[in-house]
Design a protein around this ligand. Structure first.
Ligand code: SF4
Length: 438
C-alpha cells in the first residue's frame, strides 16, 4: 500500500461555489498543516494531498491504496459520501479530525470507514499505515499530542496558495476550558509547547517574511511566549497569531510581541455579556475592559481581530445592536462572527438535547453560520437574521471605509490596506451569495 491520498474535503456550499472563486479569493487560502504533517510522517510512501476547496476530486478514478480524510463536523456528510465511493472501489478509508474525536461512534457506524483516529494523528500515523499494510488495522486509534512537539510550517507553500505567507504551528491545544469550545477535547485537555530554541530556529529559517501562527493560543504559557518573542526579535518576520484576551493586560508582553514582528492578533471576545463569560468559563476575559484593551494593542501597532459568538442563553434580541455599537466604538479592525454551535459529542450538545432544543441532526449545518438549536431569549429566525445583519453591516462599504481611516492612523496605511482588503472580500462574498469565508 504505497499510494496514500490525504483529502481536505469541501462543504457542499464550497463545492457549489468553487468555480466562482476568482484569483483574489484563492489568494487567501492556506494549506492544511495537519495533512502536511501526516504526509511527512508517511515514511517513504507516495503521498498526495488534495484540497477539495480548490481542486476537483474524482473519487471514482482517484489512484490510491489508502485515503485519509480530515473531517470537521460540518464536513461529515461529504466525507461519508466520498468514503462510500472509495469503499466500493476497495480503497481503505481512514477518518480523522474533530468529527471523529467528538463522535467516533458516528464515524465508525459507516462500514465504508476502515478505521478512525481520535485526537492528534501524527504520532501514530506510521503505525496505522503499517497495520493497514499488514491487513490488521484497529478500528479506532487513540491519537496523542506529538511526543516531541513539532514545529510545523507550510514552507512557503505551493503556488496555488497565498505565496508570501507561511503557516506555523508550534503549540498544541489550549490552557483554558471554555464550555462551547472543541479545542480542549481535541488535545485531551493538554497544552504543549516545544523547546523554544528549536521553535525560533525553525521559524527564522522560513523563507516567507510573513507568518501566520495557527496555534489556538500562542500565549498559553506566558514564559514560553516571552522567550519565543525574544528569540524572534531581529528575525525580520512579520506575523499574526491567535491569543487570549489576557494578553492585553500585560503591556510588557505586548511590547515584546511588537518588537518580535507581531502585527495582528485574533482574540476570542465572544460576547460583551460578563455573565456569559462566567457561565461559559471564559475566565481569561473576566475584569477586562474591552475598549481600553483594544486601544492598548493598537498602541503597540497590533491590529485586532475579534471573535464574536451569537446565541448564548443570555443573548436577547438587543445583542446585535450592542455588538455593532461596540465594534464601531472600539475601533476593532476585523470581526470573525459565528453562531453558537453545540457540536455533537460535547456535553453542551447533550444538555441542549435533554432540554429539547436541538433543531436538526443535519451535520452539514453545524458550520457556525447556521442556527441549529433553539436559543433561549429569541427565536431561531431572529438569531439567524440578527447574525446576518451584524455581518452585513460590519462588512458594508461604509464600515470598511470607516475602519480604514482609523486603522491607517493607528497602524499605518499598509496594515490598514490589508485589513480593508480582507473586509472587502467578505463584503463581496456576501453580495454574490458565496460563503462568508470563500
Ligand atoms: S480560549 Fe479559545 S481555544 Fe481556548 S478553550 Fe477558550 S475558546 Fe477554545
Amino acid at each position: 500500500m504505497r499510494k496514500i491520498a490525504l483529502i481536505d474535503p469541501a462543504t457542499r456550499q464550497g463545492l457549489a461555489h468553487r468555480e466562482q472563486l476568482d484569483g483574489l479569493r484563492r489568494f487567501r487560502y492556506c494549506p492544511h498543516l495537519g495533512l502536511q504533517a501526516l504526509a511527512a510522517a508517511s515514511a517513504d510512501r507516495d503521498v498526495r494531498i488534495i484540497d477539495e476547496r480548490l481542486e476537483p476530486l474524482a473519487p471514482e478514478t482517484l489512484d490510491a491504496d489508502v485515503v485519509g480524510i480530515t473531517v470537521r463536523t460540518a464536513l461529515a456528510p461529504r466525507a461519508h459520501e466520498l468514503a462510500q465511493t472509495f469503499h466500493r472501489r476497495g480503497i481503505r478509508v481512514v477518518f480523522g479530525g474533530p468529527y471523529v474525536t467528538l463522535t467516533p461512534e458516528l464515524a465508525l457506524a459507516d462500514p465504508a470507514v476502515t478505521c478512525a483516529v481520535r485526537g492528534p494523528a501524527v504520532a501514530i500515523w506510521n503505525q496505522l499505515l503499517t497495520d493497514l499494510e499488514h491487513g490488521a488495522p484497529q478500528t479506532l486509534y487513540e491519537g496523542r499530542p506529538d511526543d516531541d512537539v513539532a514545529v510545523r510550517c507550510s514552507n512557503g507553500s505551493t503556488r496555488r496558495y497565498r505565496p508570501s505567507t507561511a503557516l506555523v504551528q508550534i503549540t498544541q491545544g489550549c490552557n483554558f476550558r471554555c464550555r462551547f469550545c472543541v479545542i480542549p477535547a481535541l488535545y485531551q485537555e493538554q497544552y504543549t509547547v516545544p523547546a523554544v530554541e528549536k521553535a525560533c530556529e525553525t521559524i527564522a529559517a522560513q523563507k516567507a517574511r510573513v507568518l501566520a501562527f495557527v496555534d489556538d493560543n500562542l500565549i498559553g504559557n506566558l514564559s514560553f511566549a516571552r522567550q519565543l518573542c525574544a528569540g524572534l526579535r531581529g528575525a525580520g518576520k512579520k506575523w499574526v497569531c491567535q491569543a487570549t484576551l489576557n494578553v492585553a493586560r500585560d503591556p510588557s508582553l505586548l511590547a515584546l510581541m511588537a518588537e518580535a514582528g507581531c502585527v495582528g492578533v485574533n482574540i476570542g471576545i465572544e460576547t460583551l455579556n460578563t455573565t456569559t463569560w462566567e457561565k461559559e468559563n471564559k475566565q481569561q476575559n473576566f475584569s477586562c475592559e474591552l475598549v481600553s484593551a483594544i486601544r492598548r494593542m493598537h498602541e503597540h501597532g497590533i491590529c485586532v481581530s475579534g471573535g464574536f459568538i451569537f446565541g448564548f442563553d443570555q443573548d436577547d434580541i438587543g445583542v446585535f445592536d450592542r455588538a455593532l455599537e461596540f465594534m464601531a466604538r472600539s475601533g476593532i479592525d476585523f470581526a470573525a462572527c459565528h453562531i453558537l454551535t453545540p457540536y455533537p459529542g460535547l456535553p453542551f450538545h447533550d444538555q441542549l438535547r435533554r432540554e429539547g432544543r436541538i433543531l436538526t441532526g443535519d451535520l452539514s449545518r453545524y458550520s457556525t453560520y447556521e442556527v441549529v438549536f433553539r436559543p433561549r431569549r429569541m427565536t431561531p429566525d431572529q438569531l439567524q437574521a440578527g447574525f446576518d445583519r451584524v455581518v452585513r453591516e460590519f462588512y458594508s462599504i461604509r464600515g470598511i471605509c470607516r475602519r480604514f481611516g482609523r486603522s491607517a492612523q493607528h497602524l499605518g496605511v499598509s496594515t490598514a490596506l490589508v485589513s480593508a482588503f480582507g473586509g472587502y472580500v467578505v463584503h463581496s462574498n456576501l453580495n454574490r451569495g458565496l460563503p462568508i469565508h470563500a
